[in-house]
Write a new protein. Structure first.
Length: 256
């Protein structure tokens, strides 16, 4: 579905390259839910932007469905990957249905009129996320959790095989964090789409994800939760004086 080979990510400017992470080799298969975890500032958002083509990588290769990312046109990319970023600019005066309809932009004609198929995709997305009761509301009337579900529906309406989300549970309480992540798991099972998301809700991700990508300052590891636990890969993510990983309960705990 999507893979990287010796990928290096970071920033380019007139004074040279700033590498955030290197030697990144990951594989995400069809229908997998993959969580990206790591401390603040380690480069999770940079990796997501690089994988989605929003930001150029420094070196290495990103391959999507056997085709290098750099060879995909803007139109092909929009039909391959949909992205839900944190704090993305949206007009909250739009209705929920109007915002979700924007996901059909890669398929509409130059005046943006919706076809019968476009409308069917929008209704399917609304049904999958179970927000029929919200479709006529204005976005400024929504709670953070409701808006997050609407943005996920917009990504579904875009009908891409791959969805990337940057911290989709930000600003949500514990119940809605679990709700959103369980929704993502359900969507991979029902639609066979691959979903990659960055999160700080590591304990929830460990319960729901097919794979976990761990970003640390000097390396990037990936595998199933069981594989990573067997390698003791979670033990060095945080300073051990305060938080430790308990392999028996498969969760992080606070030292008391």
């Amino acid at each position: 579905m999507i893979s990287t080979n010796n990928l290096s990510i970071g920033y380019r400017n007139k004074s040279g390259d700033t590498c955030i992470a290197s030697n990144i080799d990951i594989d995400i298969s069809e229908g997998e839910l993959v969580g990206l975890i790591g401390v603040n500032g380690v480069g999770k958002s940079t990796l997501l932007r690089s994988l989605s083509g929003v930001q150029a990588s420094l070196s290495g290769e990103i391959v999507i469905s056997d085709k290098p990312l750099i060879k995909l046109s803007a139109e092909e990319l929009a039909k391959t990957i949909s992205v839900v970023l944190t704090e993305q600019p949206i007009s909250k005066n739009l209705s929920v249905s109007e915002l979700i309809a924007l996901g059909r932009q890669p398929y509409t004609n130059w005046i943006g009129s919706l076809s019968k198929e476009d409308r069917a995709k929008i209704q399917t997305a609304i049904a999958l996320v179970n927000i029929e009761a919200l479709k006529d509301k204005r976005c400024f009337e929504l709670s953070d959790g409701q808006l997050q579900k609407v943005l996920i529906a917009r990504a579904l309406a875009q009908d891409t095989p791959f969805i990337i989300l940057d911290e989709p549970t930000t600003h949500l309480d514990m119940y809605h964090q679990a709700y959103v992540l369980k929704l993502l798991k359900k969507l991979t099972q029902e639609t066979n789409k691959s979903i990659l998301f960055a999160t700080h809700e590591i304990n929830l991700a460990l319960q729901l994800c097919d794979k976990i990508i761990i970003m640390e300052k000097d390396k990037v590891s990936a595998g199933t939760p069981k594989e990573l636990i067997a390698k003791n890969a979670f033990s060095n993510i945080f300073p051990s004086d305060l938080i430790y990983f308990d392999s028996e309960s498969v969760s992080f705990k606070i030292r008391t």
